[in-house]
Design a binder for this molecule. Sequence first.
Ligand code: CAA
Length: 387
Amino acid sequence: MPDRTARDQQREELVALAREFVSNEITPFAAQWDSDKEFPVELHKKLGELGFFGLRIPEEWDGLGLDTLTYVMVLEEIAAGDAGISVSMSVHNSLPAHALVSHGSDEQKNAWLRPMARGEKLAAFSLSEADAGSDAAGLKAQAVKDGDDWVINGEKAWVTNGDTADFCLMMVRTDTADGRKGAGGISAFLVPMDAEGLTPGRREDKMGLRSSSTTTLALDNVRLNGSHLLGEEGKGFVYAMEALDQGRMGIAAQGVGISRAALEHAVRYAAERKQFDVPINQFQAIQFKLANMATRLAAARALLHEAARAKDAGLNVTGKSAMAKLFAAETAMAVTTEAVQIFGGYGYMRDYPVEKLMRDAKVTEIYEGTSEIQRIIIAKNLTIESH
Ligand code: CAA
């Protein structure tokens, strides 16, 4: 056996810390947050104190500076407790933090990234609009230059942390009506949530992930000075896609965590529940279900860890992260559906934990690119060498 490195030890400690945190602070309350549609503010403060809002942010900017593998393992733990909490963390860590680390000026990193890492500022990310979901480059929100300022108008949709974040990394058009440039006409702005003219819509009433907040954001002549433009004008779409390469691993980790929770519940229940005078895990019909669930979970986790290791090795992970997300999302849907089946009539009741997992799983096939879009990305990134 090779010696364990300090990195391995740190990874094990953090995963153990996350697991203990989940069992004390998340699992006992997750069903209540779900039924109340509650974003638990105090819990987010505690996660911030643990450094969980700076997982991938380098230490020089007050983050934990973790590698991607540790990051996705921590996210799996959180998602196994409550997927709504994991998405709030994943969006913050994967998307705005990634873009700021890669493209922010020192001034922007001091103003936005450092407080993000310390858990003092929660970040949102906004690409989608009502008519620009899969076709993200079709977005219409518009920023117009006025002297040194930008004035932004438009409406963004499905913004995670939309009414709970302190600021939002927002993709907005900066090309002009007579010179449309497609994806190249989009820029990234750091938009404070208290900017005049910015109004979050009502918190969406979602099927699952009900402890996370999702809103529209209406922008009515929101005026920002030039320091709010991230990186280069016209590069916002590319920054968003780069960040989503990591974001999709975060969603894959969510799928893995949800699947693990569903499998654990199903294994326990199948050992306790008796029919025809024996525990139902004595029936091959149930054994085959559990075997398939466990195998799919192990495969999803392996694919995710392969993608994370590839990112840590500095490789292009566009195809691999799409594969990890696609497979983990479809695994989460399949595994949670089978868990409900194993629980039978009880599985369909809100009093038991598995129907929530099934509701939470569904969105992993939709956001950060649908499963159909992931297949397009995988196909586009296939090369002879990629096998
Ligand atoms: N990394 C770096 N650059 C990339 C890239 C990547 N992974 N993917 C594309 N680009 C670049 C391309 O190279 C190209 O740049 P140039 O013009 O300089 O050559 C530019 O971006 C445009 O690329 P495409 O022509 O491929 O763009 P497209 O319009 O065909 O769209 C798409 C591609 C993959 C379908 C993209 O629109 C997409 O990912 N759609 C899904 C949208 C999505 O994932 N939304 C997530 C919303 S955020 C969210 O859900 C967060 C949450 O709350 C949980």
